[in-house]
Design a protein around this ligand. Structure first.
Ligand code: FES
Length: 61
């Protein structure tokens, strides 16, 4: 189940896409802090934090 549009960045501040985050998750980088450090996601306005957490939860299963 994927409710995210793959063409739109999940984090508008950093331009990070859900695809990039899912790819990190598959490499074992599965916590918000590490994902944020690797992509810049959640390091701006923080407005994407909930979406990123949901994506992590959905991707880990
Ligand atoms: S949208 Fe991700 S930090 Fe602003």
């Amino acid at each position: 189940m994927d409710t995210f549009n793959q063409d739109e960045p999940i984090c508008r501040c950093s331009g990070t896409t859900s695809e990039q985050i899912v790819s990190l998750i598959h490499q074992g980088i599965q916590d918000l802090d590490s994902i944020s450090r690797n992509t810049g996601a959640c390091s701006g306005c923080g407005g994407c934090e909930f979406d990123v957490e949901q994506l992590i939860a959905n991707s880990i299963g």
